[in-house]
Write a protein that binds this ligand. Structure first.
Ligand code: SAM
Length: 277
């Protein structure tokens, strides 16, 4: 068993003051810091007067680097792992290095700190006892909607990361798949100058983001309240109404009415019939 340690160190998600004293001590004391983007981390280290050597560890070289880094630790060096922002391994590289270090019997120790979805959850006012962290949704629209459909009856609060250029379409997909009335929170630019935390139904949030270009800038966490325990019953009732109303009305009108009357998301009704909009 080696005496060296791989320290997994969380760094700020915006406000540089959020780097903990223990994180600073650790980054000063290790032989080298493995960083996702060395230029980015160099700025952070410079701000704190730290000159520990940096090594690039990103998704394209992690497999190859992991073995070499483990060998250095087996030879007695302690290392730190950081990502560009927040907690490494949370929608960030590091999993392979951590797994390789543990497999080699090297101690892996966390220096906990900022994490965007945890920070968002802490201010959202949504149920926080059970949460499903989904990270980034697929970039392609069809795959994204498919993933959302799989989550439509999930009862835990859902947490997503999203980029500014997709926030509007992702919110619209969530509204269509989860239902316009589902409660959600958009946490934008947390700990930064233009931090905003918006809450409301998915329909309201879509409108607010569409109406204000500033609300489409920066970094986002989207939290969506889980489906109620009666979600399956509402969908069953919605499908029953859709089938009945569809005998007399055009499909789009029948779906709109059935969704309104049952409280089920409109998209969830279509599986019940051959007819589609
Ligand atoms: N490892 C990071 C963590 O612990 O949260 C997440 C890294 S992931 C590559 C980056 C995404 O996290 C951004 O696209 C955004 O969705 C979210 N994020 C990071 N910083 C944020 C902030 N200050 N406010 C809101 N979301 C943020």
């Amino acid at each position: 068993m080696s005496v060296s340690i791989l320290h997994v160190v969380a760094t700020p998600i915006g406000n540089l003051g959020d780097l903990s004293p223990r994180a600073l001590d650790t980054l000063r004391s290790v032989a080298a810091i493995c960083a996702e983007d060395t230029r980015h981390t160099r700025q952070l280290l410079k701000h704190h007067g730290i000159d520990t050597p940096l090594l690039a560890l990103h998704q394209h070289n992690e497999d190859e680097m992991a073995g070499r880094l483990v060998a250095r630790m087996q030879a007695g060096e302690s290392l730190a792992l950081v990502s560009d922002a927040g907690t490494p391994l949370v929608s960030d590289p590091g999993f392979r290095l951590v797994r390789a270090a543990r497999a080699a019997g090297i101690k892996v120790s966390p220096v906990p700190g900022p994490c965007a979805f945890v920070a968002a959850l802490s201010v959202a006012g949504l149920p926080s006892d059970r949460i499903a962290f989904e990270g980034f949704l697929p970039a392609r629209a069809a795959a994204r909607r498919e993933r959302l459909a799989l989550l439509a009856s999930e009862q835990r609060t859902l947490a997503f990361y999203e980029a500014s250029h997709r926030i509007e379409e992702t919110l619209a997909d969530m509204r269509d798949v989860f239902g316009a009335q589902r409660q959600a929170v958009i946490a934008r630019e947390l700990t930064k100058l233009f931090e905003t935390v918006l809450d409301g139904t998915l329909a309201e949030l879509c409108e607010r983001v569409a109406a204000d270009p500033d609300q489409r800038k920066g970094e986002f966490v989207v939290l969506v309240q889980g489906a109620g325990e009666d979600a399956d019953a509402r969908i069953a009732e919605g499908r029953r109404l859709y089938a009945k109303l569809g005998e007399h009305l055009p499909p789009s009108t029948a779906a709109k009415l059935a969704a309104e009357l049952s409280g089920a998301p409109r998209k969830a009704l279509y599986g019940s019939s051959e007819e589609r909009e």
